[in-house]
Design a protein around this ligand. Structure first.
Ligand SMILES: Nc1ncnc2c1ncn2[C@@H]1O[C@H](COP(=O)(O)OP(=O)(O)OP(=O)(O)O)[C@@H](O)[C@H]1O
Ligand SMILES: [Mg+2]
Length: 357
């Protein structure tokens, strides 16, 4: 029971006759940093907009701090949303952009001034207050957009891909800023992103969505180490987890064309000849000399990234594998190598994608 946080119960959304959110149940504890991830079109923004009150809820209930807000106006929910497009007023100074929403809400001038001052200090934009948005960098504009949320003193901050317009370096520094902001303010924050690193580093809880349904909710470590199914396993982590098809030979043995893998699957439901999928992350594959339990592959090509290399390989039966390779003997395109994954690092799935344990 989350008395002070947020609770979504059976939340659905249809556009016209088409349902795109199919009954979401989610508890968000007070003060948590929750990140929504999932493929394009899975419903992240729609869900966030329903929480904000910008999109009507077709069915179900949204409660914030124990209060049913499902049918309340956005302004009555105690939330503030930051969008990907900063949507600043170009003809207004930063100061007026920050204070505008408060002025509209008839907050007194001295109160507005104090809040603008406090927010701009937190975001380190005090020296920019007299500029217009056109005279700011992308990162500075995004700070102003976040500042506009802060001055409203919301219970909950909602972010929809706030950093995706920024270049790589700025993204990193803004990401660290947002983490700091969360530590300082302690508010509940819900954050939508496509960026794996943002999700892993910012989140207390990651919500993995697919086609309007939740696939898994867990800490970054849980979704990475203990994925609920092959979708989550493949979605979290970059490059993706390798998924090798194998045949169940009984007695814990799964055989692939490139080798036989001894598993610790306790599942009784498998019979000889059933297909199983062995998941192995690129960073957990090591190059070994020929042995049982390793998969023989040919190196098709490789990517050199400085600190590390990715070897793109193919097994004898034509399955693709990517292995991360740091140090060791020189490996070249066309070489045959043997890849081994420690048993504790392997994850197993059936052909429907369900986890086998
Ligand atoms: N106003 C609308 N009318 C009709 N369909 C919509 C509307 N808004 C969104 N959709 C549909 O709802 C689904 C979810 O869209 P949504 O924008 O929430 O996805 P998303 O996860 O935010 O995607 P992205 O990562 O691309 O931003 C999509 O299939 C989209 O086409
Ligand atoms: Mg979106």
């Amino acid at each position: 029971m989350t008395k002070n946080g947020m609770r979504l119960t059976g939340v659905r959304k249809s556009f016209g006759g088409l349902e795109v959110i199919h009954g979401i149940d989610l508890d968000i504890p007070e003060g948590a940093f929750v990140v929504f991830v999932g493929p394009s079109g899975c419903g992240k923004s729609t869900l966030l907009r329903m929480i904000a009150g910008l999109e009507e809820v077709t069915d179900g209930e949204i409660a914030i701090k124990g209060r049913d807000v499902t049918d309340l106006d956005p302004s009555e929910r105690g939330i503030a949303m930051v969008f990907q497009s900063y949507a600043l007023y170009p003809h207004m100074s930063v100061r007026d952009n920050l204070g505008f929403g408060l002025k509209m809400a008839r907050v007194g001038a001295s109160d507005i001034e104090a809040r603008v001052k406090a927010a701009s200090a937190i975001l380190k934009i005090d020296h920019l207050l007299d500029r217009r948005p056109g005279q700011l960098s992308g990162g500075q504009r995004q700070r102003v957009a976040i500042g506009r949320a802060i001055v409203r003193k919301p219970d909950v901050f909602l972010f929809d891909e706030p950093l995706s317009n920024l270049d790589a370096e700025l993204r990193v520094s803004m990401r660290i800023e947002i983490a700091r902001l969360h530590r300082e303010l302690g508010n509940t924050m819900i954050y939508v992103t496509h960026d794996q690193t943002e999700a892993m580093t910012l989140a207390d809880k990651i919500v993995v969505l697919r086609d309007g349904r939740i696939e898994q909710v867990g800490s970054p470590r849980e979704v990475y180490e203990d994925p609920a199914n092959s979708f989550v396993a493949g979605f979290i982590g970059s490059p993706r987890m390798n998924m090798i098809e194998a045949e169940w030979a009984g007695n814990g043995l799964a055989s692939t064309a490139g080798g036989a893998i001894r598993t610790d699957i306790r599942e009784a439901s498998l019979s000889s000849g059933d297909k199983v999928v062995v998941g192995m992350r690129p960073e957990h594959l090591t190059v070994v000399s020929e042995r049982d339990d390793a998969i023989r592959v040919k190196v098709d090509f490789d990517e050199y990234l400085g600190g590390t290399r990715y070897l793109y390989c193919q097994s004898d039966d034509g399955q693709s594998l990517v292995a991360e390779y740091r140090d060791g003997p020189e490996i070249q395109r066309g070489d045959t190598i043997h890849l081994h994954c420690h048993p504790s690092r392997r994850r197993y799935f059936d052909t429907q994608g369900n986890r086998l344990r």
